[in-house]
Write a protein that binds this ligand. Structure first.
Ligand code: PLP
Length: 398
């Protein structure tokens, strides 16, 4: 066969598959509400778009240093100081085509065959797929509503082996919306202090979408004693509604950052020069939109939760951040659809919802079943209509 064994490991994520199916059905004229998308439904701020125009006109259209321009690295250093009380230098910073590429660089630069990567379940699917890409072994720690989808120090301790390379931590979490408090992070850090070979990747991508007035705390801020083995991942996508611009960044020890740049230099080279200029404007410019948009997400969450709670067979844990709800559909498993099919898995439940006009990714892709994820990065009207359809779907089950 012409294709490599590696490509078979590049599974398509449940959310991408669901979004693709939505596009196909819509193109065929079917009325589908898509709740799969992991991106804000807002526009990129005007001043960011203007900065990109300016950069193009001023000739910032050429290759840049591999992992970011000095201006961008300075803006990222300033952001970490201002927002996270973290002190970095430019040599600690690496910019890439999205947080996803930062993660990819980090894993490809550090994981050898058989190395283990600890991943809380449920988690963003890319952690496990990329670990497998690097010939590493994902080690899932299951969580549940009883701990609000957060791992405990005892679970972490039990999961660590001599082969453990990384712990992936994502707060606020995609897909559960779980947010770790400073105390919880300190307790995990206390375990990690006893295991000096384990590195920590803190994925802070949703840091600005935290509800009910809580202050976001990065693992890096809670555990400065572990700075020499912590990589912070963040980016412009979710904070500034810039998913399409592809601009993410990592911050960590200079030796790791240099290794990541080496991976990137033989892959894509620098992130788009124009996106870098736009990100400088986003990071250095006015930040008031960020809080306004978070308030809008909170309003949607608060509108949705009672509607979802009223749907027979579903149960929700209130997310404290991000724009997702991870919904248990345990009450639907074993039930029969009007078409006569028994729902055996969450993939069946997602397929049934699609028939009823609502597209959602199933929980299996995130490592914890039987669940499905909904994104509330969609208008309130659409969300209410989606709840109406899900309720009708639930009431037709035999
Ligand atoms: N981390 C998490 C938890 C995500 O959900 C995503 C995107 O969905 C990313 C990182 C990467 O985002 P991007 O590559 O757009 O920066």
């Amino acid at each position: 066969m012409f294709l490599s064994a590696r490509v078979a490991r590049a599974r398509i994520s449940a959310s991408a598959a669901s979004a693709q199916r939505t596009r196909e059905l819509r193109a065929a004229g079917v009325d589908i509400i898509g709740l799969s998308q992991g991106e804000p439904d807002f526009a990129t701020p005007d001043h960011v778009i203007e900065a990109a125009h300016r950069a193009m006109r001023e000739g910032q259209t050429r290759y840049t240093p591999v992992d970011g321009t000095p201006e961008l690295k300075e803006a990222i250093v300033a952001k970490f100081q201002r927002e996270n009380r973290l002190t970095f230098r430019p040599e600690n910073i690496s910019a890439s085509a999205g947080g996803k590429q930062v993660l990819y660089n980090a894993l490809m630069a550090t994981v050898d065959a058989g190395d283990e990567v600890i991943i809380p379940a449920p988690s963003w699917v890319a952690y496990a797929i990329m670990t497998e890409f690097a010939e590493g072994v994902p080690v899932w720690i299951p969580t549940g509503p009883e701990n609000r989808f957060k791992i405990t120090p005892a679970q972490l301790d039990a999961a660590i082996t001599p082969r453990t390379k990384w712990l992936m931590l994502n707060s606020p979490s995609n897909p559960s919306g779980a947010v770790y408090s400073r105390d919880e992070l300190c307790e995990l850090a206390a375990v990690l202090e006893r295991h000096p070979h384990v590195w920590i990747l803190t994925d802070d991508m949703y840091e600005h979408i935290v509800f009910d007035g809580q202050r976001f705390v990065s693992f890096a801020e809670a555990a400065p004693q572990l700075a020499e083995r912590t990589l912070v991942v963040n980016g412009a996508s979710k904070t500034y509604a810039m998913t399409g611009w592809r601009l993410g960044y990592g911050a960590g020890p200079a030796s790791l950052i240099r290794a990541m740049a080496r991976m990137q230099s033989q892959n894509s080279l620098n992130p788009s020069s124009i996106s870098q200029a736009a990100a400088v404007a986003a990071l250095n410019g006015p930040q008031d939109l960020v809080a306004q948009r978070c308030a809008e997400f909170q309003l949607r969450r608060d509108t949705l939760l009672p509607l979802l709670d009223a749907i027979p067979g579903l149960s929700c844990t209130r997310p404290d951040g991000a724009f997702y709800i991870y919904i248990s559909c345990a009450g639907w498993i074993g039930r029969r659809t009007p078409g006569g099919q028994v729902l055996a898995t969450d993939a069946d439940a997602a397929a049934y919802l699609l028939e009823q006009g609502v597209a959602v990714p199933e929980g299996a892709g995130y490592g914890l079943s039987p669940y499905f994820r909904i994104s509330f990065a969609t208008s309130l009207e659409q969300l209410k209509e989606a709840c109406r359809r899900m309720d009708a779907a639930a009431r037709q089950l035999g």
